[in-house]
Design a protein around this ligand. Structure first.
Ligand code: SAM
Ligand code: SF4
Length: 473
């Protein structure tokens, strides 16, 4: 039976995007070296920035200013976050869609899109293929359709967690789906999901109306803007926000994302867990005139500014970006990336070369496999991490924990990253990656202070080499 959505907004819902205020700040601010350096210092002290301060960073236009901004973002990443990058993969469950978002390959008016929803057996087989590559964290992605009811989504989550191929298991399932009502979110939360992600696409109402027809469910700006507030009311405190960059001025979208983060923090006491900033990619049947396309240079400024504005929030850079962009931007404070990504529905089992646009939502920019991506990260000085420890030990709001508890990253995050990397190397890595990984683990262990805690980590590494799995701190 089709799900009947209760269209009640969250308690006290209001449009928290002050568009005229944002436009005024963006037009008034001028680049000011002394001011932006003060703002960098504030951010490096782990303080979130105000909208006014964010606008001051967005006013930076000179090459000198941009280079200083990039350096501040790199410093914040290194000093505050350490050198882990968490890896995940998206799993597209179905592309039926009742909406008609102009930029999307799944829009209902697209006649050439091959429509498909995975059956339970097909989900099992996709998850097996993902586990056999070494993936531990997935995000399930859905179009919007009455078929994709909360019960349906909950079933998919249950199926994913039930699959175990060899030593493999999926230890965290995140969701990217349409906004739901409170009861719907509760149904899904009961299956033990991680983050619920909803991208606002654009925070600029007029542009929103341009790309999302008013006679579609998604045409309702406020229903979507309030989507994560309802999720929180349903008990989901792990929320992911995002904007689709290219629909309107990227500086406005940064201000929108920061407004959203401030709103959630003010209303619920917890900010978003992650921020995503996907740039529009070619999609099946997409012939969009995009006057606000964001260049690679501007994209770097966007990511660096966000890093400094919301120091407590994880940042996700997806495989929409090509390797060249990913190589550079990863240093500006990104904390999670997807790798080994296939967007064709059922694509993880096919393992074929090349992409077929009529079966995927958009074109992937970075097609490197997980093994290659893990090696790339290590060569860039990062520890590829598959850690899901906090979430599974009931330490929710894991990102907050990292900062709130002094020494937490050193004590838990880095060792857990090493333990999950060690498992990956044993079970899935190529010879070359395994070799590089072992050297990296050795070097990282040298940095850890001698004592009982280090002995505990050593002992776990030894057990992993002997075949034990899922050893965490
Ligand atoms: N259908 C749900 C929705 O719209 O919220 C679920 C997510 S949709 C499958 C995932 C996200 O992909 C969208 O929120 C949008 O930001 C992004 N997206 C859509 N078309 C895209 C394109 N051509 N290039 C890059 N990202 C795109
Ligand atoms: Fe449907 Fe989501 Fe694509 Fe819009 S972005 S057409 S809602 S799948």
């Amino acid at each position: 039976m089709a799900y009947k959505m209760d269209k009640t907004l969250s308690k006290g819902a209001f449009d928290f995007i002050d568009a005229p205020g944002i436009a005024k700040l963006l037009s008034q601010k001028k680049e000011d070296k002394f001011l932006y350096r003060e703002i960098f210092a504030k951010s490096l002290e782990k303080n979130p920035l105000t909208l006014d301060e964010t606008a001051s960073l967005l006013a930076i236009r000179s090459e000198e200013g941009r280079q200083e901004l990039f350096q501040a973002a790199r410093d914040l990443k290194r000093i505050i976050y350490g050198n882990r990058i968490v890896l995940f993969a998206p799993l597209y469950i179905g592309n039926l869609c009742i909406n008609d978002c102009a930029y999307c390959g799944f829009k209902k008016s697209s006649k050439t899109t091959v429509r498909k929803t995975l059956t339970t057996d097909e989900i099992v087989s996709e998850v097996k293929a993902l586990e056999d590559e070494g993936q531990k964290r997935l995000i399930l992605v859905f179009g919007e359709s009455p078929l994709y009811s909360p019960d349906f989504i909950a079933n998919c989550v249950r199926t994913v967690y039930s699959v175990h191929s060899g030593n493999g298991s999926i230890r965290r399932v995140n969701i990217n789906a349409a906004p739901l009502d409170v009861a719907g979110y509760k149904t899904i939360k009961a299956e033990g999901i991680g983050t619920y992600q909803i991208f606002q696409e654009t925070y600029h109402r007029e542009s929103y109306a341009k790309y999302h027809p008013a006679n579609t469910v998604k045409g309702d700006f406020m229903w979507r803007l309030d989507g994560l507030d309802r999720a929180f009311e349903a008990g989901i405190d792990d929320l992911g926000i995002g904007a689709l960059i290219g629909l309107y001025d990227w500086r406005f979208e940064v201000m929108g994302l920061v407004s959203h983060a401030i709103h959630l923090k003010d209303k619920f006491g917890v900010g978003p867990h992650t921020i995503s900033f996907p740039r529009i990619q070619p999609a099946n049947g997409l012939e969009l005139d995009l006057p606000y396309r964001c260049s690679d240079e501007d994209f770097k400024q966007l990511v660096a500014t966000l890093r400094l504005a919301v120091p407590y929030t994880g940042m996700i850079m997806t495989a929409r970006e090509n390797p060249k962009v990913r190589n550079e931007v990863i240093h500006f404070g990104v904390s999670q990336i997807d790798a080994g990504t296939h967007l064709e529905i059922g694509g993880y089992n096919e393992k074929k070369q090349g992409q077929s646009l009529e079966r995927e939502q958009f074109q992937v920019g970075d097609t490197r496999g997980l093994d290659e991506a893990a090696r790339w990260l290590m060569e860039e000085g990062f520890i590829p991490s598959f850690c899901t420890s906090c979430y599974r030990s009931g330490r929710t709001g894991e990102h907050f924990m990292e900062f709130a508890i002094p020494g937490f990253i050193k004590k838990f995050c880095t060792p857990n990253a090493l333990l999950t990397l060690a498992e990956y190397l044993e079970d899935y890595a190529s010879e070359k990656t395994r070799e590089e990984g072992r050297i990296l683990i050795g070097k990282e262990m040298e940095q850890i202070e001698e004592g009982p805690w280090k002995e505990k980590i050593k002992e776990r590494l030894k057990k992993i080499a002997e075949g034990e799995r899922d050893l965490r701190l």
